[in-house]
Design a binder for this molecule. Structure first.
Ligand SMILES: [Zn+2]
Length: 169
């Protein structure tokens, strides 16, 4: 069991999105094993929840190694209507992220479907905020953000069968 898993860790795939074009400069040492990533996005995701991507003798294969995904659909409201130019810009930047399944724009919001194992709402929003800097801050509606981010992270912990002492339910 343990032997089989160490083998998996050396396949040359980004452990988060499974792409093979990993970078030698994006590394993270987890439990004595050096992991290589395709992007800083995937590295960030791994550091936040390594147990989702690397199995252990107690729990067996990780959710990602089992091929699981955690698809989410969220509505991200804009504080003001966006024009076509910004829409195109946002679309391009968000689709560069790993794990984005679908992106539908409305004038005042966008609906995004994504794999929570690969990308968090926080990362998506941060990309939106960066690309909309020319409109100054405040494009993304702040309502309930903290709660959503918190529950997303809790959900991932539950997915990995963690018995961590936390207030997540
Ligand atoms: Zn990746």
């Amino acid at each position: 069991m343990v032997l089989a898993m160490s083998k998996l860790e050396f396949t040359g795939h980004c452990p988060v999105c499974r792409m093979t074009n990993i970078s030698s400069s994006l590394t993270f040492n987890y439990q004595g094993v050096e992991h290589y990533f395709c992007s800083s996005q995937c590295l960030e995701r791994f550091v936040a929840h390594p147990h989702l991507f690397v199995g252990d003798p107690k729990h067996g294969l990780s959710p990602k190694q089992k091929g699981l995904s955690a698809l989410k659909k969220r509505r991200i409201g804009f504080a003001k209507p966006i024009d076509e130019e910004l829409k195109a810009e946002l679309k391009q930047s968000v689709l560069l992220l790993m794990g984005i399944e679908e992106l539908i724009f409305d004038q005042e919001c966008l609906y995004v479907t994504y794999d929570l194992l690969q990308v968090s709402l926080e990362q998506i929003e941060s990309v939106i905020e960066q690309s909309s800097e020319r409109l100054q801050s405040g494009l993304v509606n702040q309502v309930s953000r903290t709660f959503i981010h918190f529950s997303e992270e809790c959900e991932l912990d539950n997915l990995a069968h963690l018995t961590r002492d936390s207030s997540c339910h």
